[in-house]
Design a protein around this ligand. Structure first.
Ligand code: ZN
Length: 259
């Protein structure tokens, strides 16, 4: 895992945060993950930990950014049939994001980048964006809202190793490999198995959110987790960081050119 005590707000003192802002580090990045079931082999904090790693790496790439704490619990109603999952109602989740953004903007951050690292948070973040932008006042809120781009990135990277068809978006070979790279001690590799086969079509996403995960995949996996490797996980993280950084740079330059 990436770790830098001058990068993460939670690990810094207030004079350090002030000095960073004064030095022009006026972008802040945070992820919104989940605490929810991820098959019989991955820990419940998979999306939260993945989000934290993505936000640290994206902030380092952007260069002028700090990292705010990951919103660790998200919208996971479709996983509630599995023990341990904790879910926020969409209105609660949106209110948490609003208060995050408002707090960060008050300290002088000028650009706030939001990374949903859980599929179920993408639509709620998209819906909340107008409210977040209003709460941020003059600061610019940019949210990555392209869930298919995440899946496509995983399919592409796994495809390079000949296992692209095992990716379907939840506790599959890509996500399991990401966790193996980040927390090898917490992945029950011997329990990695196949779930509902991919690909993740819009129809499957619709069924997931209306019927819940257990009706589709009793073991909680979309895709196939078998064959996971830390190497694939690292490649998936790097590729997704590239996608995210390009997105935030593009969105920010559009704002600048409009202004
Ligand atoms: Zn996940």
């Amino acid at each position: 895992m990436t770790s830098d005590p001058t990068l993460e707000l939670e690990r810094m003192t207030w004079p350090e945060v002030r000095a960073a802002l004064d030095a022009g580090r006026t972008t802040v990045v945070f992820a919104c993950g989940a605490v929810e079931q991820h098959g019989p082999h991955l820990p419940l904090f998979t999306d939260a930990e993945h989000g934290s790693e993505l936000s640290r790496r994206v902030a380092m790439e952007l260069g002028d950014a700090l990292v705010a704490p990951t919103v660790r619990v998200g919208c996971s109603e479709h996983h509630m049939a599995f023990p341990g999952t904790i879910s926020l109602e969409e209105s609660t989740f949106a209110a948490v994001l609003r208060d995050y953004v408002r707090s960060l903007a008050r300290h002088g951050f000028e650009r706030i980048c939001v990374i949903p690292s859980h599929g179920g948070n993408f639509a709620p973040v998209t819906h909340a964006l107008p409210m977040l932008r209003e709460a941020a006042g003059g600061a610019h809120v940019v949210a990555f809202t392209d869930l298919p781009a995440v899946i496509n990135t995983w399919v592409r990277v796994a495809g390079e190793l000949g296992v692209g068809e095992r990716v379907a978006g939840h506790a599959d070979i890509a996500e399991s490999s990401v966790m193996l790279a980040l927390h090898p001690d917490l992945v029950r590799t011997e329990a990695a198995e196949a779930g509902h086969p991919g690909p993740l079509t819009p129809e499957l996403v619709e069924r997931l959110f209306t019927h819940g995960m257990r009706a589709i995949a009793p073991n909680g996996i979309l895709g196939d987790a078998r064959g996971l490797s830390a190497e694939l996980g690292e490649r998936c993280i790097e590729a997704l960081v590239d996608v995210l950084v390009a997105y935030f740079r593009r969105e920010s330059s559009e704002v600048t050119s409009v202004a």
